[in-house]
Design a protein around this ligand. Sequence first.
Ligand code: GDP
Ligand code: MG
Length: 322
Amino acid sequence: MNSSPSFTNLDSAPGHRSGFVAVIGKPNVGKSTLLNAYLGQKVSIVSSKPQTTRTRILGILTRPNAQVLFVDTPGIHSPKHSLGRYMVDAAISAIDDADAVVFMVDLSELPDDDDRRIAHALRDRSDNRSVILALNKMDRRLEPAELQAHVEAYWALAPTPEGEQPPAPWDWIMLSATQAKNLEELLDKIIAVLPEGPLYYPPDQVTDRQERDIAAELIREQVLLHLRQEVPHSVAVAIEQYDERTNGTVHIAATIYVERDSQKGILIGSGGRRLKQIGADARHEIQRMLDARVFLELRVKVRKDWRSDERELKRLGYVNEA
Ligand code: GDP
Ligand code: MG
């Protein structure tokens, strides 16, 4: 209770704001890029392939007047099996739990059915919660008339007559996550709608995820990148051992779970070459994150139907916390 007095002092600063912010949107609109830009390190996984982000990630951003707790969510998509439902549940519960929602879309394209589905869920679920429509990728040049048409098409997703600016509690902004354009302006809008509240975490903490969880996700990312379509979502990674040695090196042993023997074969590759390459690339990424020398040992195991088994999902870390 009294373990961090400076923390408690900051806690009571008058007018301080804090709260949970869900960044939602379909895959590939730039959600992870935005979080990484705010948090300055690879907390959440960025990839040009859709749906690499699967677990909810809490990114913490502390400013003198506020602490923003970001929840990254998978893109809402049609559920196919138990894991799909988990992903949808995670996105929906992120909306329910959040004090504010950043609804991110790709301004360079017109809204599609996925955007409309998410907007619909938001209008249904967010009652009077603040929603900030983040029109990302403004660096992709459009003709003025086209730009106007795109902006209005996205405004029309808000609960308002077509073509009019979204009324409160919705707000909107154009930005570029990759060019760091309007990021502070978006942050100001987010902070402005957060309730008054304390500092929940020490100011220098950027995530409550253990580094080992991020390591698992980096390994999973490399598996997906190397396998492309061959073993789509039936991969999970569990960290069995994570030791920081006194000389600064980190020793990690991880198991990659697949559903079928055939997938195990594909993953290992002839002469073990593919697994070796995955290990080398994952090790490189983990070293970058930790800024330390890493020894990585990978194993592959078959675990039939782990995707449909709730207990297995929990064990592998896909836990939908309250
Ligand atoms: P997520 O699936 O919503 O998390 O999307 P990501 O953050 O993984 O980004 C998907 C792709 O869009 C990546 O190739 C990013 O580099 C790219 N991207 C993200 N933000 C921008 C932006 O502001 N402008 C442009 N041109 N590309 C962006
Ligand atoms: Mg992402």
